[in-house]
Design a protein around this ligand. Structure first.
Ligand code: RB5
Length: 152
């Protein structure tokens, strides 16, 4: 599994922690930045990961910011992206099993590094269950198609 990773200045230190977790666990990843705590705009950071997953270059994405909110809102604008902010392991598992989330977002100003690492582990290990959840996720794609066709 290949994971696209990024964070803005508000999520920089957490992004570095997630990168450590990936290295410790032999998980292939690419760090799309940012590479310091100098201010950047979170939509620019989130778009890099969302497009990398959308294009099929990466299987999953993890994006960090101060809250995990701005990057989730941004990533979810990219068709095919199902980004979920998860700050507990129950939600992390459900985001995969029920919603087939392909991007996880985390807020450095909300949770500690230890919990964040555990959330990432649970989220990476959990698989989409399909079944009754599949037609619901399909409906999300139909909504994307409806509004994409309106803009043409
Ligand atoms: C940056 O100050 C902060 O707004 C950003 O990291 C994020 O929390 C936005 O949703």
């Amino acid at each position: 599994m290949k994971v696209a990773l990024a964070g803005d200045h508000g999520g920089f230190r957490l992004k570095e922690q997630v990168a450590c977790f990936f290295r410790e666990n032999g998980i292939e990843y690419n760090d799309f930045g940012t590479f310091s705590e100098d201010p950047v705009d979170y939509p620019d950071i989130a778009l890099k990961v969302a497009e990398a997953v959308r294009n099929g270059d990466f299987d999953r994405g993890v994006i960090c910011c101060g809250t995990g909110i701005g990057v989730a809102i941004t990533a979810n604008k990219v068709p095919g992206i199902r980004a979920s902010q998860c700050h507990d392991t129950f939600s992390a598992r459900a985001a995969r099993e029920h919603n087939n989330a392909n991007v996880l977002t985390l807020g450095e100003r909300v949770i500690g590094f230890g919990l964040a690492r555990e959330i990432v582990r649970v989220w990476l290990e959990a698989e989409f269950q399909g079944g009754r959840h599949a037609p619901r996720v399909d409906k999300i794609s139909l909504i994307e198609q409806k509004y994409n066709s309106c803009s043409r």
